[in-house]
Design a protein around this ligand. Sequence first.
Ligand code: CS2
Length: 475
Amino acid sequence: MSTAQRLSLATLPAVPAASRPPVDPRALRPRIVHLGIGAFHRAHQALATQTAEAAHGGAWGIAGVTQRSRAVVDALRPQDGLYSFTERRPEGPATQVVGAVTEVLHAADDGARLRELLASADVTVVTLTVTEKGYRRDPSGGGLALEDPLIRADLAGAAAPATVVGQLAAGLRARLRASGAPLSVVSCDNMAANGAVLRRLVRDFVAASAWDERDRLLDWLTGSVAFPATVVDRIVPATTDADRETAARALGVADEGAVTGEPFTQWVLQDIFAADRPRWEEAGARFVADVAPYQSAKLRLLNGAHSLIAYRGLAEGCETVADVLATPWGEAAVRAYCAEAAQSLPPAEGLDLAGYIDSLVVRFANPAMHHRIRQIAMDGSLKIPERWLAPLRELRAAGRDTPELVSALAAWARVTRDHALDDPEAEALRRAWDARPARDALRRLLGLLGADDLADDTSLVTSVAEELRSGALPR
Ligand code: CS2
């Protein structure tokens, strides 16, 4: 079989019919701008957009923007935006081409086109998956980090803003000038209250700018731009060469943009859109008044358990999530952690937490996933506050014991001490261990998580230090 040819509009007719997109990619136009066109977006929102389009039409195409890496541009531009998604079913992979992406932009190189699209009244939705660190929040978890050098440069009027918030604010300003057409800006990142957070960051940026129309822009944002909160869920491991080979075998052409993911997918959105949008409900998305119960359950159970698996697994020499689940302690550790974290979740209608936890164990154990724990361990300093510290604070305030969260923190602390981490705070985390005794190092670590309150909680710090000293193996 020759796969020298790349997937593209020209080679699409050669792809087996069952794997071709259910829509004609040529009939779409950019009506959505997506910031952060990584694997997750391609395996989740882009796929849902295509399903919605196939069922309901609307010509919903996506202009996908990559922030720094040119790899996505190099992968997708020669392929006319086409790529494949391979669902990793335990019984074997299933590959389908997605044709929802109509153009790929690089934020720095294509700044003018990005602004033009954000100003266009034909674009009514902006979605984002830029990871926690893309938001540039103040380390204490509040508003925009106004001291961040890139935010400062963007505020000083960089021609192509380097930060996501700078790009959005500049685009919204251009939109108000062009038409003032309403718009929905949809954060799809793993943060509690992601809509409200993003709204605040954009407003902080505008308020700190020297723009003449600053006040008018803030008024218009209030009345015409919605920032719905969302919960997104699908486990999407980083694509490997083996995945690209699987895709090429299924397609008969090479696909440099291939992505893969688990069968499960979920999208819950706050029903406050300001303008036209794809009928994502056709793809199973749920529109609800309040996403908060879903968000906390997902962040604290799935993502929290993921981080636990990552740090305990690293310390134990495991490679993948499924490896951890296959150890004698893996499933029990996940269940014990989830049982504790679930105590921080209020009962919510339609949310069966016990069933959710059972399904997590099955999803994590899927041997077809090869989900590397190093991928999850990345950027822990930004993930842990959302996943562990929020439930930890609430449970402690309610007078509850938190042995599992304490032991999770000890596992993370051990990894910051013994392993090199991919984290914006990696250097500071390592240097925290210059302090002795361990309790002082732990206080510093908690400070780096923006949790000075917990760093001052002597009983918590002592418990984590004891867990660390005992070197207790996972329960
Ligand atoms: C993971 C998430 O890498 C991580 O931090 O916990 O990417 C997780 O796989 C997704 O949120 C699942 O929806």
